[in-house]
Design a protein around this ligand. Structure first.
Ligand code: GBH
Length: 496
C-alpha cells in the first residue's frame, strides 16, 4: 500500500505549476541566499503572477507529542499517546514520543532554524497534561512555564506564536475517568483548561487554536482504533463522541473570550474533507460546494452553521447525537479565523440521481500519492479548501494551518537531503493557493508541516514530513532542499 511516488507521476501532477510561471526563472545560483528580495517589486524580480498579498504570514508547524519528548519532566502527567505508544504493536517499530526531537530542551535551537528560514509565525501545540497533569484539578505551573519560555524566545526572534490547545495528547486520567471525549466531562475540562492557558499566555500569544483535526483524532482514534485511545466505536456512541469534541471546542472558545487579553484571536485547525470538482463546470462546482457541507457535517459545518445538516441527521437516524439547542449555540460560538489543514482532495461530480446532488469519483489505483498511502497529490485542495470556506461560510480570515508531505528522504553523500519530490509538491500546492489569494479568498497565512521530521503517530519515525532532516541519534537538524525552497518563497513572497 505504501508505494513510493515515481518521478514520472509527480511530474504529471506538477505540470499545472509551470503554467503559472510566465516569466523566465532566474538561475538557482543567483536566487539562493538573497535575503533582501522583498525590497524589490514582484515585476522587477520576475515574480509577477506568482506573488502573494503583502503581509502574507509564512510559518511552520509542529505538535507537542510529536517533537517535545521530556514526557516525565517538570510534573507532566501521562497522556493517551504515552499509553498507546507503549502498548506493543500500536506504532511502527514500537516507537514512542519519550524523547522525540527533544524540543523541550532544544527549543532555542529550533527557533533559530525558523529564524534562518525567515518565517514570521510558528504554530506549536500545548500539551494539556503538562498544564493539568490529570486534565482537571490542580494546575502544574511548571508545565506552562515551558510555553512561556518558548513564546518569549519566539518573540525575541521576531516570530509570532500561534498556539494550539489540543493536538491529541489527552490527559490519560480523563480517558480513565470519563472515557475521554466519549464523556461530556472531558468537554467541560477542556473549556477550563483553555481559559486557564488563555489568561496566562494571551498577553504575548495573540492567536489561539482550540482543537487540531476532529476529523483525525476522533475518526482514527475512536472509530478506526489506529490512533490513541485505540477504540472502535460505532453508531450513537461514535456520534455522541464527535458531538462532545465539538462541544469542547465551543466551550473553549467561550472560556478564551472570557479570560484572554483584548486583541486575542480564536480559531480552529480542522482537516476538512475537501471535495474538488473533478473538472470545473458550474454543475460540478456546485456539487463540490454541496459536498463540502455534507462531508464535514459533524465538524466544521455545525461549527459554522450552528446546526447539523438535515442529511446528516436523516442518515444517522436513531444514531444521531443527542443534543440541546444550547449545545449548538456553544459549538457555533463565532470565530475570529478558520484554520484548515490541507493535504489532499477528493473529486466529486454533479449527479442529479443522487439524493445530495453529487457523487464522489474515487481515485484510481494509479493515482500518485506520497509515501503516506492516504496522501494523494491533489494540489487543487489548496484552492478549493479555502475557497469553499470563504464562499459557503463567509470566513473573513483563513489560515492554512498545515500543508506538507512525506518523502523517502535519504541523505546524499554530502549529508544533505535533495527532496525534489517535496519541493515539487509544495510548488504545485502553493500555485493553487496563490490562485485563491489572487481571487481575493482571504487567506492570511500558511504553515508548512513540518519544521522538522518528527514522531509521525502510528507510523513512528518511519515517515518524514520535515523540511529539516532530523538524525534522531544525534538530534542534529539539517535543512533539506525544501528548506532552501521555502526560504526563497518567504523572501520573495512568491511561488518559485
Ligand atoms: C496531520 O493530519 C496531523 O495534524 C499531523 O499531526 C501529522 O503529522 C500530519 O498530518 C502528517 O500526517 O492511518 O489510515 O488511519 C493529517 C490528516 C488524518 C491523515 C489521519 C492521516 C491517518 C490515516 N491525517 N490519517 S490511517
Amino acid at each position: 500500500m505504501r508505494r513510493k511516488l515515481s518521478r514520472r507521476t509527480f511530474a504529471k501532477v506538477a505540470g499545472g505549476a509551470a503554467l503559472a510561471a510566465s516569466t523566465e526563472l532566474p538561475s538557482l545560483g543567483a536566487t539562493l541566499g538573497t535575503g533582501n528580495a522583498t525590497q524589490t517589486t514582484a515585476a522587477a524580480r520576475g515574480d509577477a503572477g506568482r506573488d502573494f498579498p503583502r503581509g502574507f504570514i509564512w510559518g511552520t508547524a509542529t505538535a507537542s507529542y510529536q517533537v517535545e519528548g521530556a514526557v516525565k519532566e517538570d510534573g507532566r502527567g501521562p497522556s493517551i499517546w504515552d499509553t498507546f505508544s507503549h502498548t506493543p504493536g500500536k506504532v511502527v517499530n514500537n516507537a514512542n514520543g519519550d524523547v522525540a526531537n527533544d524540543h523541550y530542551h532544544l527549543y532555542k535551537t529550533d527557533v533559530q532554524l525558523m529564524k534562518a528560514l525567515g518565517v514570521k509565525a510558528y504554530r506549536f501545540s500545548i500539551a494539556w497534561p503538562r498544564v493539568f497533569p490529570n486534565g482537571d484539578g490542580p494546575a502544574n505551573p511548571k508545565g506552562l512555564d515551558f510555553y512561556n519560555r518558548l513564546v518569549d524566545e519566539l518573540l525575541a526572534n521576531g516570530i509570532q506564536p500561534f498556539a494550539t490547545l489540543y493536538h491529541w495528547d489527552l490527559p490519560q486520567s480523563l480517558q480513565d475517568r470519563f472515557g475521554g471525549w466519549e464523556g461530556r466531562d472531558t468537554s467541560k475540562a477542556f473549556g477550563d483548561y483553555a481559559g486557564h492557558v488563555a489568561a496566562r499566555l494571551s498577553d504575548r500569544g495573540k492567536h489561539i487554536f482550540t482543537i487540531n483535526e476532529f476529523g483525525a483524532f476522533i475518526e482514527v482514534g475512536y472509530r478506526w482504533g489506529v490512533h490513541a485511545p485505540g477504540l472502535r466505536l460505532t453508531g450513537l456512541r461514535l456520534n455522541q463522541t464527535r458531538h462532545h469534541a465539538v462541544l469542547g471546542h465551543g466551550l473553549a472558545v467561550q472560556a478564551i473570550r472570557a479570560s484572554a487579553k483584548p486583541g486575542t484571536k480564536v480559531g480552529i485547525a480542522e482537516n476538512v474533507t475537501i471535495p474538488a470538482p473533478v473538472f470545473e463546470t458550474p454543475e460540478n462546482i456546485k456539487a463540490a460546494e454541496t459536498a463540502m457541507r455534507e462531508m464535514n457535517a459533524q465538524y466544521l459545518t455545525v461549527i459554522m452553521e450552528g446546526k447539523y445538516t438535515d442529511w446528516y441527521l436523516k442518515s444517522a437516524g436513531a444514531d444521531a447525537p443527542k443534543f440541546t439547542p444550547e449545545d449548538l449555540k456553544i459549538m457555533s460560538s463565532p470565530l475570529d479565523f478558520v484554520g484548515i489543514n490541507v493535504y489532499t482532495a477528493r473529486f466529486v461530480r454533479a449527479d442529479q440521481s443522487s439524493p445530495v446532488g453529487y457523487v464522489e469519483v474515487q481515485h484510481p489505483k494509479s493515482f500518485p500519492h506520497a509515501p503516506s498511502f492516504w496522501l494523494y497529490v491533489t494540489p487543487e485542495a489548496l484552492y478549493w479548501g479555502p475557497r469553499h470556506v470563504a464562499k459557503l461560510w463567509g470566513a473573513k480570515e483563513i489560515y492554512i494551518t498545515e500543508n506538507g508531505c512525506s518523502s523517502s528522504d535519504e541523505p546524499a553523500a554530502d549529508g544533505r537531503v535533495y527532496d525534489t519530490d517535496r519541493v515539487t509538491y509544495l510548488r504545485s500546492y502553493l500555485t493553487q493557493l496563490r490562485r485563491a489569494t489572487a481571487e481575493n479568498v482571504p487567506v492570511r497565512g500558511y504553515f508548512l508541516w513540518s519544521l522538522m521530521d518528527n514522531f509521525e503517530w502510528a507510523d513512528g519515525y518511519t515517515n518524514r514530513f520535515g523540511i529539516h532532516y532530523v538524525d534522531y541519534a544525534s538530534q542534529k537538524r539539517t535543512p533539506k532542499l525544501s528548506a532552501d525552497f521555502y526560504r526563497e518563497v518567504i523572501a520573495r513572497n512568491a511561488v518559485l
